[in-house]
Design a protein around this ligand. Structure first.
Ligand code: ATP
Length: 240
């Protein structure tokens, strides 16, 4: 369960996130959609304790991230796949993660299988990985501790159509087993294929929220809605 309530985050003069509220329940894959600079990463950083909210709360499993008993295992995160150390192999990164979480080495093999990285690929340095392989490794790392919540920033970035289909299957399966997923994207087409509910954000404010079916049934063209609403919302709250 993810519960964002009246979350506000200000960096000096910049109101990065402006009083947003939404929840994601177990069993759901929620796409957090917005153009560059809309406030997606900031919201996710507040959720996983990397940024302190200026106001409101961002709770995961009903608690602040740092108050969870084993946050790194309970919540799988991928906030920046490009931050993976280029000089290490995928295997080294996952093995180190398993050690930190107190998990058996066999778990590394399991998550590699889950994301479709071969043993040979795992032994290559991350600097030689394609963007899609980095995304898979980042997701493998997020899955290590068998979390019940996944928070993924732009996970489909760099994936080809087959990779996107694979990710949809993986996340759907995770949600079907009771998991909660929040994933961000700045591409409507991408997120539409993966998520079953959407939170659209523009300039720090939520401009649309609902299941994909609800949003599509409204008769509005989703792309038109995305472009017009995220462009016209102002940080001073021009669009209610
Ligand atoms: N540490 C920071 N210090 C100052 N301003 C920041 C900081 N982090 C984010 N911002 C600003 O907050 C706003 C929201 O940024 P954020 O990264 O959350 O957006 P985003 O939707 O994730 O965008 P992108 O898709 O480009 O990653 C932007 O104006 C950004 O410049």
């Amino acid at each position: 369960m993810i519960t964002i309530q009246n979350l506000t985050k200000r960096y000096g003069d910049v109101l990065a996130v402006d009083d947003i509220s939404f929840t994601v329940s177990p069993g759901n894959v929620c796409g957090f959609l917005g153009p560059n600079g809309a406030g997606k990463s900031t919201t996710m950083r507040c959720l996983v304790g990397l940024a302190e909210p200026t106001g409101g709360t961002a709770l995961v499993l009903g608690q602040r991230y740092h108050d969870l008993t084993a946050p790194a295992a309970q919540v799988g995160t991928m906030l920046d796949a490009s931050a993976l150390h280029p000089g290490r192999t995928g295997l080294e990164i996952l093995t180190q993660g398993a050690i930190v979480l107190g998990l058996p080495r066999t778990r590394v093999r399991e998550v590699l299988d889950l994301v479709g990285l071969t043993a040979k690929e795992a032994k290559r340095r991350v600097g030689k990985y394609s963007l899609g392989m980095r995304q898979r490794l980042g997701i493998a790392h997020a899955l290590l501790g068998s979390p019940s919540v996944l928070v993924l920033d732009e996970p489909a970035n760099g994936l080809d159509p087959a990779g996107i289909r694979w990710m949809r299957g993986l996340l759907r399966d995770f949600a079907t087993r009771g998991g909660t997923v929040l994933l961000s994207s700045h591409l409507l087409h991408e997120v539409q294929q993966i998520a079953d509910e959407l939170v659209m954000i523009g300039q720090g404010r939520i401009v649309a929220h609902g299941t994909l079916a609800e949003l599509l049934a409204s008769g509005d063209d989703l792309e038109e809605m995305f472009i017009t609403r995220t462009a016209t919302t102002s940080r001073e709250g021009a669009l209610s």
